[in-house]
Design a protein around this ligand. Structure first.
Ligand code: SF4
Ligand code: SF4
Ligand code: SF4
Length: 333
């Protein structure tokens, strides 16, 4: 059997070109950058008084039923996000729990909801695009008619946000949509619009980041104006600046989130995970790119081998046909 080197290389090069293209496509899926119009929430734990008005308002605005948590005799007192609760205020306490925003013998509040990640793992994991990130507002929304109920988004979310609601004939995923129905009417998300202290503050992410920088520069104990409801509401309250931890959670974690947090106690007290800056979604894209690139050589070899087998088979078929022809001619003679 003789294989021309030129034929072999042609087959291998074709395979390589196709695979190299796939590799480029995988690498092209780089982490998205935030649109200047992206919307978000700044939660300042030092301003939160734990009144839970944001939780009640969230339920009202999103038509969510009350939660009856087993073992609790208080009506609608959820302990975590659930299919009925898109927004929850949790409390950190230590020791005697007497002093607000103190790590020892103190307490502090944290607001949990969908963080509307800049590069959301739930969107990347969903095989049918039932979760989408708006290219302008950056809001991550769920679309029940596309959902096949695989729950990959639940597994993929690093903040354990999406919940599966079995109380429907076709179960659905439930999570905060940043009150996009209110934003569409030029209104403020329900949790921010009722927050009496400005702890939950709505605005464009770029402007919220400027606000976080302003707060980081504040002199502890000095009185400053704090915007309430949204950055452009025109409403302000005066407060003495606390001593913020020098970290805005969500500014960089996993590529950043559009819901960000400021606090006077470290974020591990709220069990917010210590994540790297790079998102899981972009890490998986890099690995995918590397796998595609790494597979070029072995698959090119495979393509070459297939070419050889095909050529062998063709030659064997030709030889068999020639033999049969010779036998027939001999029999005629
Ligand atoms: S917090 Fe979870 S559900 Fe929300 S956008 Fe990020 S990955 Fe998706
Ligand atoms: S933005 Fe709307 S849905 Fe999300 S936590 Fe606030 S009130 Fe609830
Ligand atoms: S409404 Fe504001 S102050 Fe009250 S619990 Fe919610 S975030 Fe805190």
């Amino acid at each position: 059997m003789k294989i021309k080197r030129r034929d072999f290389l042609k087959g291998a090069a074709g395979s390589m070109a196709l695979l190299a293209l796939d590799g480029q496509d995988a690498r092209a899926l780089t982490a998205p950058t935030l649109s200047p119009e992206a919307l978000g929430i700044l939660f300042d734990s030092t301003l939160c008084v734990g009144c839970n008005a944001c939780m009640a308002s969230c339920k009202d605005a999103n038509d969510m039923p009350p939660d009856f948590t087993e073992g609790q005799d208080i009506w609608d007192k959820p302990v975590d996000l659930s299919p009925n609760t898109l927004n929850i205020i949790k409390k950190f306490t230590s020791g005697t729990g007497e002093t607000k925003d103190a790590e020892s013998d103190g307490y502090a509040f944290i607001k949990m909801q969908c963080l509307h990640c800049v590069d959301p793992s739930c969107v990347t994991a969903c095989p049918v695009s039932a979760l989408l990130k708006d290219k302008d507002t950056g809001i991550v929304t769920y679309h029940k008619h596309a959902c096949i109920g695989c729950r990959y988004c639940q597994v993929a979310c690093p903040y354990n946000v999406p919940k599966f609601d079995f109380n429907h004939i076709y179960p659905v995923i439930v999570k905060c949509q940043l009150c996009d129905h209110l934003i569409a009417e030029d209104k403020t998300p329900a949790c921010c619009s009722v927050c009496p202290t400005g702890a939950a503050l709505f605005g464009k992410v770029v402007d919220l980041k400027v606000e976080t920088e302003r707060r980081q520069r504040m002199v502890p104990g000095t009185i400053y104006k704090y915007p309430v409801k949204s950055l452009d509401s025109g409403l302000t309250l005066k407060n003495a600046a606390p001593e913020y931890v020098p970290h805005v959670y969500g500014e960089k974690e996993l590529g950043g989130t559009q819901v960000m947090f400021m606090s006077a106690v470290s974020f591990d007290k709220f069990a917010l995970p210590d994540f790297p800056d790079k998102s899981f979604a972009s890490t998986s894209n890099s690995i995918q790119g590397a796998i595609y690139t790494g597979m070029i050589f072995p698959l090119a070899v495979l393509a070459g081998l297939m070419f050889i087998v095909k050529k062998n088979t063709q030659q064997e078929e030709t030889k068999t046909a020639e033999k049969e022809k010779d036998n027939k001619e001999e029999n005629h003679e």
